[in-house]
Design a protein around this ligand. Structure first.
Ligand code: ADP
Length: 244
């Protein structure tokens, strides 16, 4: 796919919990190279949008990836189609090494037979991801002893070895130091160049520094979309942020 091609198209996405409309008629078009920040006050529906796209909550509307309709499919089918996500708390296998974590993630879509026939040693694809996430020198270290930021990067690496080209990240820099945030931003820039990355985030400084585009949600609806400068200048956005 060339630059600017569509990676994910969301149309009329709605989620209702017991009659409460958490997400209403949301449209999102994500292109290759997008580092899209999804912002909005608490309870705006940001996480629910990601949950709906990844099949964790029932939703109506359309989620199209390369001609395939994802809505209504099971979470593992959606993951296999290249849509990966992280949660607010990193979920890595703490007792296993960094490399073993990546091996498992790489094997998730493979048959046991393929796994058995694998040659020993680090596969080139996994070595490349280790470099990308900056953990090459820590490959043999138990994931449990990694710093908070490093665990988040490992989790992103697990999506990459699983061939995700749409990455949905829920508050990836929460709890990170300033330096870790900077490194995470650079990492997202690198991986976002040939994929599409959606970041749910509260850290506005981080957003200003790294977003290529921003979608603002309030009460389940998209109220603004555009560049950082455009959404910051939007009176509707100022209104919802002043109200919190
Ligand atoms: P955000 O991520 O923007 O803070 P959420 O997507 O977590 O917002 O939540 C949007 C709204 O939906 C909130 O009012 C929240 O209480 C409600 N909500 C989220 N998940 C559920 C659920 N499983 N059941 C009922 N209500 C929920």
């Amino acid at each position: 796919a060339g630059m600017g091609s569509e990676y994910l198209e969301v149309r009329g996405l709605s989620v209702t919990f017991d009659g409460f409309k958490a997400v209403q008629d949301v449209d999102l078009t994500l292109l290759q190279g997008d580092l899209r920040f999804l912002i909005g006050p608490n309870g705006a529906g940001k996480t629910t949008v990601i949950d709906a796209i990844t099949g964790l909550v029932p939703a109506t509307g359309k989620v199209n990836k390369s001609g395939t309709q994802l809505l209504g499919r099971k979470t593992h089918q959606i993951a296999r189609s290249g849509v990966g996500r992280t949660f607010q708390t990193a979920s890595v296998f703490e007792e296993l090494t960094v490399l073993q974590n990546l091996d498992i993630a790489a094997g998730a879509g493979r048959s046991p037979w393929t796994m058995l026939r694998r040659r020993p040693g680090v596969e080139p694809r996994i070595a490349e991801v280790l470099d990308t996430i900056g953990l090459a020198s820590l490959a043999e270290v138990r994931a449990g002893i990694l710093a908070h930021g490093q665990k988040q990067w490992l989790e992103i690496g697990m999506l990459l070895v699983g061939n995700a080209d749409v990455l949905l990240l829920d508050e990836p820099v929460a709890g990170m130091s300033k330096e870790e945030r900077e490194q995470t931003g650079q990492l997202l820039r690198r991986i976002g160049a040939e994929r599409t990355v959606v970041v749910v985030e509260h850290d506005m400084d981080f957003m200003r520094q790294f977003a290529t585009s921003v979608t603002v949600l309030a009460r389940g609806r998209v109220i603004a979309e555009g560049s950082v400068a455009e959404v910051q200048a939007d009176p509707r956005v100022q209104e919802v942020y002043l109200g919190t």
